[in-house]
Design a protein around this ligand. Structure first.
Ligand SMILES: CC(C)(COP(=O)(O)OP(=O)(O)OC[C@H]1O[C@@H](n2cnc3c(N)ncnc32)[C@H](O)[C@@H]1OP(=O)(O)O)[C@@H](O)C(=O)NCCC(=O)NCCS
Length: 167
């Protein structure tokens, strides 16, 4: 199901058939360096099922992010479950080939607008590995503010947290 359209991107819900496409980023050691590590196909099939269920139960999830012009699948962007007092946590993972073109910022900005407009979400959190400068830059461009160090389940460490309160 198509959820969001931006100038260059389409964001749609994940399907089990997306497994080969998602392995291009979830299975890539470099992409997942700061996000819990690269997964096996077996692990990512479980992740897909988890996010498909999450979309049904909560009405939001991470979305497959596709280039409008070519139909290329470039990554995922969207919402992780509530955590640490936030209604959701923002997430974005792109295949390396598509870094540095403003896609993450474009996709995440549209997700924030969607969260505010359609989902009535009030508090979005985002954690980053302290060395993940590109991700921090994206959060700053989006207008997130630092909210302290908090525990991150995915990476098993205390991480700097950023937040956006939607009014
Ligand atoms: C983080 C990520 C999504 C950014 O995607 P992207 O489409 O390249 O992001 P954008 O182009 O919208 O913006 C990136 C910004 O960071 C800057 N940047 C990129 N690499 C950087 C680095 N190593 N140090 C500092 N800034 C950096 C870019 O210059 C850009 O800023 P600018 O617009 O002011 O020039 C992408 O690198 C990625 O998928 N990384 C792996 C997954 C990941 O770490 N996800 C986030 C947390 S789990």
């Amino acid at each position: 199901m198509r959820i969001i359209e931006t100038e260059r991107l389409i964001l749609r819900t994940l399907k089990m058939e997306d497994i080969d496409a998602v392995m291009n980023f979830w299975g890539d050691v470099e992409v997942m360096k700061y996000c819990g590590g690269a997964g096996t196909k077996e692990r990512e099939l479980k992740a897909l099922q988890y996010y498909i269920n999450m979309q049904k139960e909560r009405g939001f999830s991470p979305y497959l992010t596709v280039l409008k012009e070519s139909g290329e699948i470039i990554g995922v962007c969207g919402f992780n479950p509530p955590n640490n007092g936030y209604d959701t946590e923002l997430m974005y993972h792109l295949a390396k080939k598509y870094w540095g073109k403003g896609y993450a910022t474009e996709a995440a900005k549209a997700c924030i607008d969607y969260a505010k407009g359609q989902l009535k979400i009030k508090k979005i959190g985002a954690s980053i590995d302290p060395d993940n400068n590109a991700s921090q830059k994206v959060l700053e461009k989006l207008g997130f503010t630092y909210s302290g160090m908090k525990w991150c389940e995915e990476t098993n460490q205390d991480e700097p947290y950023f937040e956006m309160i939607l009014t």
